[in-house]
Design a protein. Structure first.
Length: 90
């Protein structure tokens, strides 16, 4: 919206629809491939990786190296139960 107003100051104070923009529904990645609009949302990413799109984030987990989730994360991301070189933080 800010970019549209910078380009055309007469749009200041107008709604998203009045500016010709699509209304905000969910966070998504928007792009265009060969002129075809592409929208990637959290639900699409979850569907592709075969996981639920909802969940929760827990901050401050202690002792990540011994977390019971390490094996699940490695199996999901790398199809391996052993610790991956890519997961230095676990």
């Amino acid at each position: 919206m800010e970019e549209k107003v910078r380009i055309d100051p007469s749009l200041a104070g107008k709604t998203i629809e009045e500016m010709g923009l699509e209304p905000f529904i969910d966070t998504e990645i928007r792009s265009s491939i060969m002129g075809v609009p592409v929208f990637i949302s959290q639900e699409i990413i979850a569907y592709v990786i075969g996981r639920a799109s909802e969940g929760s984030f827990k901050d401050g987990l202690d002792n990540n190296k011994k977390s019971p989730w390490n094996e699940i994360v490695n199996q999901t991301m790398y199809n391996s139960k052993k610790k991956s070189d890519y997961l230095h933080f676990l």
